[in-house]
Ligand binder design. Structure first.
Ligand SMILES: [Zn+2]
Length: 502
């Protein structure tokens, strides 16, 4: 490894990799990006991406990959301090007295979590750097290969497969464009042969946008109902229309949530479709697209395809055809394992992280409500609330995937737009209904007594069991479909086994 980097590093002016901060802050100025790279013996991630994708989305995906754990820890720590300070009376609160003994004390912890999470998601790597830590070291082509010197640039490109095989993991920033790009396929082929598919991470770049949207939607809903309740509007209207007013106040957040969910399902379907039909021979590259003549200078360009085919042939006896077959056979199941069942289009732990503002809202209420029975009841409700929301997500996913399966959703842009509109509507309804089923704010006219803890626990447990069953069913169902589906050949290809053993 050190020899490899020494050789290649010499050619690259001793620059081998870059810390994440380069990508998060630079990227537009090529020479400036290269200045931030440094020589290293360790590359945690080789970033494989299409140059045509929006830089902002790729940055967000990398920030999530690098900083989400820190952001969750920092957000949780700050919210804990906030909850303790609220309990001790040091922070302002909103006291909602519904009568009949039901008093909810709304604190700031929910907003503190959301704010600190987002700030450390965006700047966590800078904090690590200030503390003398380099954090995640990545190979990012634009920053690690000289862009302003043609000789060094060519040297970097011809050595790129050596950096790929020297990296701990390959991180694919997937977009619909990814598998169509020849160089992306080249990077996957080199890494697949060297380290195997189990070391490949794949992140749909739009997913981070969805996750942040859901976080903000939940934060909005955590704030909207208390603010509305405190505004005096509910007192002026009848108890029967109260639910409708609260439901309407939740709708904007629900629509955002539903849209993000539907978008993620569309992206997931596209990913599955592309993985199952993968053929590197159909991939495109800049030189062939432009007839091997530079559109800027008119000079003749060497063909990248010849270089790529030669390197892939060295690694796979059957060349691009054999590599493609291996990907078709192994990648769909790997994607399922990485991203979870398609009904929940993001890994469950990511959903849990973005759901936390709601939990901290419950913690404030549970800690600060004056009555012990109400405290217990609220703690249970908010604790199990995740189950209710997950039920809403899962049922919405079931409906949407059923619609997608029957309409050949990916056939046209119009169908996709209609699907996103449907997803927004059903997501909002699922979310608001899920919220309304358990939320202490709902169905509590001023004269109603507070729910008893035992009653609440029974309802919450039953509701929490449903999403667990749903998730387990979706996981098992997904595997069964993969095993029995027509894409799975009766005999695994010989090369698939060799990849599995690597
Ligand atoms: Zn070419």
């Amino acid at each position: 490894m050190s020899t490899l980097l020494a050789e290649a590093g010499e050619l690259l002016s001793a620059h081998g990799a870059t810390a994440l901060s380069t990508i998060a802050t630079g990227g537009s100025d090529d020479a400036n990006s290269y200045r931030h790279s440094f020589s290293t013996r360790v590359i945690h991630r080789f970033i494989s991406h299409s140059w045509r994708d929006p830089v902002l989305l790729k940055r967000m995906a990398l920030l999530w990959e690098s900083n989400a754990g820190t952001a969750f820890a920092f957000g949780s720590a700050a919210a804990s301090v906030s909850a303790a300070a609220t309990r001790a009376g040091h922070l302002p609160t909103l006291v909602l007295d519904y009568g009949g003994g039901l008093v909810n004390v709304i604190g700031l912890s929910s907003s503190v979590y959301a704010f600190c999470f987002l700030v450390s998601l965006a700047y966590g790597h800078r904090l690590a750097r200030a503390l003398g830590l380099r954090g995640m070291i990545v190979f990012w082509d634009k920053a690690c290969i000289r862009q302003d010197d043609e000789r060094l640039k060519a040297a970097g490109i011809t050595h790129i497969h050596e950096f790929i095989v020297a990296s701990d993991r390959l991180l694919i920033l997937w977009s619909e464009d990814y598998f169509e790009r020849l160089w992306c396929n080249f990077e996957l082929a080199c890494f697949l042969r060297a380290r195997g598919l189990s070391h490949v991470n794949l992140v749909p770049i739009a997913a981070t946008r969805h996750q942040v949207a859901i976080l903000l939607a939940i934060q909005y809903m955590s704030v909207a109902v208390p603010v509305l309740a405190a505004s005096g509007v509910p007192a002026a209207i009848s108890a029967t229309s109260l639910d409708a007013v609260f439901a309407c106040s939740l709708m904007p957040g629900g629509l955002v949530f539903g849209y993000a969910h539907a978008s993620a399902i569309v992206a997931r379907l596209r990913l599955q479709q592309q993985a199952a039909a993968f053929d590197a021979r159909a991939a495109r590259c800049f030189c062939c697209d432009h007839g091997h003549t530079s559109p800027e200078t008119g000079a003749t360009m060497a063909c990248d395809r010849e270089f790529v085919e030669r390197v892939v042939q060295d690694r796979f006896d059957g060349g691009l055809a054999q590599f493609s077959q291996i990907v078709r056979e192994a990648l769909p199941a790997h994607v399922d394992a990485l991203l979870g069942p398609a009904l929940f289009p993001m890994p469950i732990w990511r959903f849990a992280i973005v759901y936390m503002p709601f939990v901290w809202l419950g913690v404030d209420i549970a800690l600060c409500s004056p009555d012990a029975g109400v405290r217990r009841s609220n703690a249970l409700e908010f604790g199990f609330g995740f189950g209710f929301l997950l039920t809403g997500v899962g049922l919405n996913g079931l409906l949407l995937t059923a619609v997608a399966a029957r309409t050949d959703l990916l056939a046209s842009a119009t169908r996709r737009r209609l699907f996103l509109a449907l997803g927004s509507a059903t997501g909002a309804v699922a979310f608001v209904l899920g919220w309304g089923k358990w939320d202490a704010f709902f169905n509590v006219p001023s004269s109603a007594p507070p729910r008893r803890a035992g009653e609440t626990a029974a309802v919450c447990t039953a509701a929490a069991a449903l999403p667990v069953l749903l998730y387990a069913g979706a996981s098992v169902g997904g595997r069964a479909r993969t095993a029995a589906g027509p894409r799975q050949p009766a005999q695994p290809h010989e090369a698939t086994r060799s990849i599995a053993l690597l």
